[in-house]
Ligand binder design. Structure first.
Ligand code: 5AD
Ligand code: SF4
Length: 471
């Protein structure tokens, strides 16, 4: 995308992408000090934060959820939509206030936002209290940057793809369900999307490194792993072998971990072989997130999505027919430039045909530096909001319809924590990724249990643990 041109920034260029061993710096310097981390955006960022936590805990920090008592604040940011951007600057206002009374506080801003030159410049000019600014390609340097931090702002953002680091000591949020990166970056360049610029070209991890990590997670007792990438179906296309995502899925399944998931899938790269492998292995979960983005072929073309409305529906039907009980969710953007009422109605039509299990729906916002940002953002906000509301009503009705199919059924649920509903309830996910609030499962954290569904809502199910009587 851009080449940051900041006076104090250290910039590497023409870097060859290599696999290296992570540095995992250990230190006693910050013993008894606390860090506060806030993560914005997608699962990739959530997993990056697990790496960041590993790095700062190796330096001696321990985590606090109380901003006021922290000695180190890290914001891991997202650039994908405008509101994520606004939230970060709002939060920085709070941090600035805190730093007035606590000058030794170390403030770090990292992730996707600083990869945009305008953001790095803004941080340099208007937010001098931010000590460290890092990008998506140099998370591995964060330990060193914190050890060397001073009152002088240090901005290190690289616009060229970073190395792939192996051997990171992640501080994982869960002991039962783990993220496993299979690739970094994306080569699809959908015209509205900032990701190929903030995260760079697609780089797949080596097969043996991925399988080793999955085996280690199984040995540690993890019940579930989610293979993670911006476009997992394109896995391996940048490697010098014909080993693709289908083969990776199969070898992962053969390791024997109970549940395997993967996000996110691009329809263009979804092959019949992948569908067959998902259908063949019981431990590959029957759940696919398959972003549609728009139901209008005209808009899909403007978005650079590489499929037509009909091709999407064909793929959808093929998946539904070949994988019994599969649930499919999607992402949809409304108000892309030039989207007419007819285009939007076509999106509603596809939703009626596919009857998705759920969807993340978004109002289009132009992202600086993307091709779509050059097209006039010519749909009124009011119209965008009306379309979003209409779409959400439809989506929520279908979600409820699907959830009602579970009433009275017994399903397997991985229990992941206490339910937000309180009352001693626990919560977890079905194989098809439905959230269930469960009664009678207080002692089952981290286990896969059988649950009988008693109530269905649009966004969750309620159920009771099935007690097995052994005689
Ligand atoms: N405006 C609105 N939504 C966007 N997304 C990505 N870029 C934009 C944008 N500029 C949505 C897409 C993607 C999801 C992660 O975010 O639907 O699949
Ligand atoms: Fe963005 Fe498209 Fe890549 Fe997804 S596939 S990350 S929407 S460019």
């Amino acid at each position: 995308m851009h080449m940051p041109n900041l006076k104090d920034a250290k910039i590497r260029t023409n870097k060859k992408v290599e696999t290296k061993l992570a540095s995992n710096l250990k230190s006693e310097k910050f013993k008894n000090k606390k860090y506060f981390i806030k993560t914005y955006g997608c699962q990739m960022n959530v997993h990056d934060s697990e790496e960041i936590k590993g790095i700062v805990e190796n330096l001696g920090f321990s985590e606090t959820i109380n901003l006021e008592e922290s000695d180190l604040v890290i914001l891991n940011t997202c650039a994908i939509r405008e509101n994520a951007h606004d939230k970060v600057f709002g939060f920085l206002g709070r941090v600035k206030h805190l730093k007035k009374d606590k000058s030794e506080l170390i403030v770090c801003v990292g992730g996707c936002m600083p990869e945009q030159e305008s953001v790095s410049n803004l941080l340099k000019e208007k937010y001098p209290f931010v000590n460290i600014v890092f990008g998506t390609h140099n998370i591995n340097d964060l330990g060193k940057m914190i050890l060397e931090s001073s009152n002088k702002q240090n901005i290190e953002v690289y616009s060229v793809e970073g190395d792939i680091y192996e051997g990171m000591e992640y501080k994982r949020d869960s002991k039962y369900s783990a993220w496993v990166n299979i690739m970094y970056g994306c080569d699809k360049f959908c015209t509205y999307c900032i990701v190929p610029y903030t995260r760079g070209k697609q780089r797949s991890r080596k097969i043996e490194d991925i399988l080793k990590e999955v085996q280690e997670l199984k040995d540690k007792g993890y019940e579930e792993i989610t293979l993670l990438g911006q476009n997992v179906n394109a896995y391996g296309k940048d490697l010098e072998s014909d080993y693709g995502f289908a083969k990776l899925l199969e070898e992962t399944a053969q390791i024997g971990i109970s549940r395997i998931r993967f996000v996110t899938s691009h329809p263009w790269d979804f092959t019949d072989e992948m569908i067959d492998i998902i259908a063949k292995y019981d431990n590959i979960m029957p759940y696919i997130h398959l972003p549609l983005q728009s139901g209008s072929t005209n808009i899909l073309r403007l978005m650079g999505r590489r499929y037509t409305k009909e091709e999407y529906i064909n793929l959808y039907n093929k998946i539904k027919n070949r994988i019994p009980g599969v649930s499919i969710t999607t992402d949809i953007i409304v108000g892309f430039p030039n989207e007419t009422d007819e285009d939007f109605n076509e999106t509603l039509e596809v939703v009626d045909k596919c009857k998705f299990d759920g969807a993340f729906t978004f109002i289009y916002s132009p992202r600086e530096g993307t091709p779509a940002a050059k097209i006039k953002d010519n749909i009124d906000l009011k119209i965008k909001e009306e379309r979003l509301q209409k779409l959400n009503e439809k989506i929520n009705n279908y979600s409820l319809e699907h959830n009602k199919e579970y009433l009275g059924k017994k399903v397997k649920v991985l229990v992941i924590g206490a339910s937000e509903k309180g009352e001693g309830k626990m919560c977890g996910y079905t194989e098809t990724m439905k959230l269930v609030n469960i009664s009678g499962a207080e002692k089952d954290l981290g286990k896969i249990i059988e649950v009988e569904i008693t109530e269905a809502k649009s966004f969750s199910l309620d159920g009771n643990k099935v007690i097995k009587i052994n005689n």
